[in-house]
Design a protein around this ligand. Structure first.
Ligand code: FAD
Ligand code: 2HG
Ligand code: ZN
Length: 491
């Protein structure tokens, strides 16, 4: 089902020989060279089970020096490589397109330091996001990044995809909070850019090239990141709106009335919510909401909004939230809702939102589009898509409304090329026409390498290809991903 079926393996890439295996065993030991079928099957397959490579080798380095030796060797042998973190990526970027060597960062998972005055955390790239969140929580700080895949995704993967997630509205993108990186280039050079300074204008800030480059320019081995202090007062409410226009008015009101304490503004439509009701695991989640009154009987409302506030004064924050809710009810912006009364209810609300990708996976085949679109226009696309597809598929929308990021998901009993031809290129053309981005936060990977022109100009794409050629002249790092493969094969 993947794009790999329409791209060709680059013939200049070598295949693994017994000498290569001996070399890798020599530098990593037997434990760092994985060839067993079961493990390889898992790491060749992406989270959606949509993209599948045929790699026969996974390497598990433990230090940047080992990563350096691996890349230097692969570069000299022209062996293609896929860097892999938690393998939760949603665009087919984390698995091989063909037989690339998988370089897993999972064993590089040490926390190196936390400066308890500045909140600057330095850690290895393979640290699992949830572990960092828990560590920081204990120390009185929070990660400026949170997302549904936190239990598996790694900070190196987050940086490499420039993951957005649930807190971007409050803390901004990783381009702002990542202060430094250690990166290994394709030729094995270890680039020490692991600064821990808020301000450093000494020349080009090269770390930004690697944030969001999806493993195509280098392997991230260490990360320095600014973490905000943990604040004591958190409120979550889950609200229902009768139409999309009300969601937008509510967003504006939330920004105006909640101001500095607003920390998330997520939305889901009835299609997304219905999915939850269909899936029993979510029913278990809803049990936790008993006692608050279950406000969301299936299909009762058209839209749902999750709002979180985070501040330092319980009484002040609650007063602001109450005033906002009252105003919104009086102005008919919300038709129903709950305010979580404790941490369990708050996390139940979050579970509903964060559980949607998994619920969709259980419902059958799913086509995912992660789009930035000016918010006023955003839901027009969902409606047009619904009309286009009729009864053949279920069109489901949710996402980070506060950031103008729509997750348009089209759920079908199984993958079907006829349906796909109804969706694409329409979805990309529509997004491009409205000056949106075809990837708000998930990246391009294999799925959209050939679609970059819908968002970026030819000159920009050419400069990106030139940078790629400069940093990785043999093109061994995550080939076929991010940029159109034809740019690297045609003269
Ligand atoms: P992987 O999937 O392993 O890799 C992703 C890409 O980064 C690949 O191209 C890979 O080659 C490269 N890479 C990985 N590690 C490194 C490294 N150390 N050095 C260089 N390149 C590397 N994304 C969001 O932005 N926001 C969300 O809210 C969000 N929610 C999600 C919810 C679910 C349930 C799932 C399954 C995914 C979600 N994602 C989200 C997508 C995904 O989790 C993120 O993109 C995440 O940042 C990927 O991290 P990972 O460690 O799993 O990376
Ligand atoms: C989310 O926000 C993720 O839940 C996944 O980015 C989005 O499933 C998707 O399309
Ligand atoms: Zn998202």
């Amino acid at each position: 089902a993947s794009q790999a079926s329409i791209i060709q393996r680059r013939p200049d890439f070598s295949t693994i020989s017994s000498e290569d295996l001996s070399y890798f065993k020599n530098i990593l030991g037997e434990r760092g060279v994985v060839q067993d079928e079961e493990t390889l099957d898992a790491v060749n397959t992406d989270w959606m089970r949509k993209y599948k490579g045929t790699s026969k080798l996974m390497l598990q380095p433990r230090t940047a020096e080992e990563v350096s030796q691996i890349l230097k060797y692969c570069n000299s042998r022209c062996l293609a490589v896929v860097p892999q973190g938690g393998n939760t990526g949603l665009v087919g970027g984390s698995v091989p397109a063909f037989d690339e060597v998988i370089v897993s960062i999972s064993h590089m998972n040490k926390i190196i330091s936390l400066d308890k005055v500045s909140g600057i955390l330095v850690c290895e790239a393979g640290c699992i996001l949830e572990n960092l969140i828990a560590f920081l929580d204990n120390q009185g700080f929070v990660m400026p990044l949170d997302l549904g895949a936190k239990g598996s995704c790694q900070i190196g993967g987050n940086v490499s995809t420039n993951a957005g997630g649930l807190r971007l509205l409050r803390y901004g993108s990783l381009h702002g909070s990542v202060l430094g990186l250690e990166v290994v280039l394709a030729n094995g050079t270890v680039l020490d850019m692991l600064g821990t300074l808020r301000k450093d204008n000494t020349g080009y800030d090269l770390k930004h090239l690697f944030i969001g480059s999806e493993g195509s320019l280098g392997i991230v081995t260490k990360v320095s990141i600014l973490t905000p202090p943990k604040l004591s007062s958190v409120n979550v409410c889950f609200l229902a709106c009768k139409d999309y226009a009300s969601c937008l008015k509510l967003l504006l009101e939330a920004k105006r009335k909640l101001g500095e304490i607003l920390s998330a503004f997520e939305f889901l439509d009835h299609g997304a919510m219905d999915l939850h009701y269909l899936l029993c695991y979510v029913e278990q989640v809803l049990k936790h909401l008993e006692g608050v009154r279950n406000p969301f009987p299936s299909s009762m409302h058209n839209f749902y909004v999750l709002i979180e506030t985070t501040g330092s004064s319980e009484s002040y924050d609650r007063e602001k939230l109450d005033a906002f809710l009252l105003h919104s009810m009086e102005n008919d912006l919300i038709s129903d809702g709950v305010v979580a009364q404790d941490i369990t209810q708050a996390s139940s609300c979050w579970h509903i939102r964060e559980g949607i990708p998994e619920a969709l996976m259980k419902a059958g085949g799913v086509y995912k589009y992660d789009l930035s679109i000016p918010v006023e226009k955003m839901y027009d696309l969902v409606e047009e898509m619904g009309v286009r597809l009729g009864a053949s598929a279920k069109v489901v929308a949710y996402g980070h409304l506060g950031d103008g990021n729509l997750h348009l998901n089209i759920s079908t009993p199984q993958y079907d090329d006829n349906i796909l031809s109804q969706i694409e290129p329409f979805v990309y053309e529509w997004t491009s026409k409205h000056k949106g981005s075809i990837s708000a936060e998930h990246g391009l990977g294999l799925m959209k390498a050939n679609k970059i022109h819908y968002t970026k100009s030819p000159e920009t794409v050419q400069l990106m290809a030139n940078i790629k050629k400069l940093l990785d002249p043999n093109g061994i790092l995550n080939p076929y991903k991010v940029l159109p493969p034809s740019l690297f094969t045609e003269s």
